[in-house]
Design a protein. Structure first.
Length: 152
């Protein structure tokens, strides 16, 4: 779909071309983004995620050097990582001060209270690949903005 590889029923994103630039829009119905599907897309500036999304790794955006905007349409924060035994909503970005996460304003408070950005050992949602990260590497509350409509 639009140059991005999905499974047959378009519920899982497998990969995006590494030379892709501009915006990547995952269509409604996508519930999972496999680890590494977007990781090395260094020229992508915007990622638009559907309301149906249930699973994405906290590290998925870490290799996206040009990323400035993430639109997350899900009505509640997606579990992206494990910290110890806790499942958390956390996102690592290459330049967290330059990235803004846009959510619907009705769920802004839920996202701000759920985002985890402490100094900790984070693991992918499958519990593998635990790595220590500092707060400045993680997307924090200040980076989350509410919008009335995603069409703006």
């Amino acid at each position: 779909v639009d140059g991005v590889l999905y499974n047959k029923d378009a519920t899982t994103m497998y990969g995006c071309p590494r030379n892709r630039s501009g915006k990547v829009v995952a269509p409604e119905g996508v519930i999972s983004i496999l680890n590494g599907a977007l990781y090395d897309c260094k020229k992508v500036t915007t990622v638009d995620l559907p309301s149906t999304l249930l699973s994405v790794s906290y590290m998925e955006f870490a290799g996206m050097d040009s990323l400035t905007k993430i639109y997350m349409r899900a009505e509640c924060p997606v579990i992206t990582s494990k910290v110890g035994e806790s499942e958390v909503f956390a996102l690592r970005t290459p330049k967290s001060e330059n990235v803004t996460l846009y959510v619907h304003k009705n769920v802004l408070k839920a996202y701000k209270s759920a985002v985890f950005c402490d100094s900790a050992e984070y693991a992918d949602i499958n519990g593998k690949n635990a790595c220590k990260h500092l707060p400045e590497e993680m997307l924090g509350q200040k980076a989350i903005k509410g919008v009335k409509s995603f069409e703006e």
